[in-house]
Design a protein around this ligand. Structure first.
Ligand code: MN
Length: 254
């Protein structure tokens, strides 16, 4: 068997159940190391901590927690914390979906994205939990083990980030895998105003908006129908199709 080194991180913090389940699922396939935030940093996106130094604590063999963001964790782990190279980053299993616009804010996706320069695709895995859903982390763990196994047997041609969303149901009730595009959401709900003990106004960021484009081929639709949604992501945000239009508007050569 090939010796593969997999780095695992998340944005729910190093104590999260999904992280533990992910590590357990991948240990038969690879040498697994966890470097994860010391607390829940969901919504941290691709932020790096630049104003204070990062402190790393070894909690146990192959488990480290960091006083930073998911991106800090992966950045540290692949840029000097260890004296070897990782082959792959897997992030998750997030407690909650990362569908459509969610990927812009997601720390789960950001951690995977930070591992994009490694040899194998980076994977972000989210379980689409709801208030009363079963939290079937075992389902998502089994799905990601199968995906990683497949990647090791049959590599993808290009480096990419795979955003994986798993319906929160027993494995036997999944309807299979689907390659999807990102849908999108309506505008987010309004912020929730409140007061601190001194009477000063404070605000909570409200929930994400409801789905807007959840149509054919989207990640939203796949998950709603009980499929595992797998969206290939790229970091290049350039709107290539608009380049000529913008050059024309500017009156410059395209
Ligand atoms: Mn999270």
């Amino acid at each position: 068997m090939i010796c593969v080194r997999v780095l695992i991180s998340n944005d729910d913090g190093y104590r999260a159940e999904g992280l533990r389940r992910l590590a357990e699922a991948l240990r038969p396939l690879a040498e697994v190391t966890i470097v994860a935030p010391d607390r829940n940093r969901s919504g941290a996106s691709n932020s790096l901590t630049l104003d204070v130094p990062l402190r790393v604590t070894r909690a146990e063999e192959n488990l480290y927690y960091v006083t930073g963001t998911p991106t800090d964790c992966v950045h540290l782990a692949i840029s000097g914390l260890f004296d070897f190279e990782y082959d792959m980053v897997v992030s998750g299993i997030n407690d909650g979906a990362n569908l459509g616009d969610d990927v812009l804010y997601s720390g789960t996706v950001a951690a995977a994205m930070e591992g994009r320069c490694l040899g194998l695709p980076a994977i972000a895995v989210s379980l689409c939990t709801g208030t009363h859903s079963g939290k079937h982390f075992d389902t998502a763990a089994r799905v990601v083990r199968e995906l990683v196994g497949r990647l090791l047997r049959q590599r993808l041609d290009a480096p990419m980030i795979l955003n994986v969303n798993v319906p929160d149901r027993p494995y036997e009730d999944l309807r299979g895998l689907k390659a999807t595009r990102l849908g999108n959401r309506h505008r987010a709900e309004r912020v929730v105003p409140s007061q601190d003990p001194k009477g000063h106004p404070v605000y909570w960021v409200g929930p994400a908006g409801p789905q807007q484009d959840a149509g054919s081929g989207t990640d939203f639709q796949a998950v709603a129908e009980g499929h595992v949604s797998i969206t290939p992501l790229q970091v290049d945000l350039t709107r290539h199709a608009a380049l000529a239009n913008i050059a024309g508007w500017l009156g410059v050569a395209p």
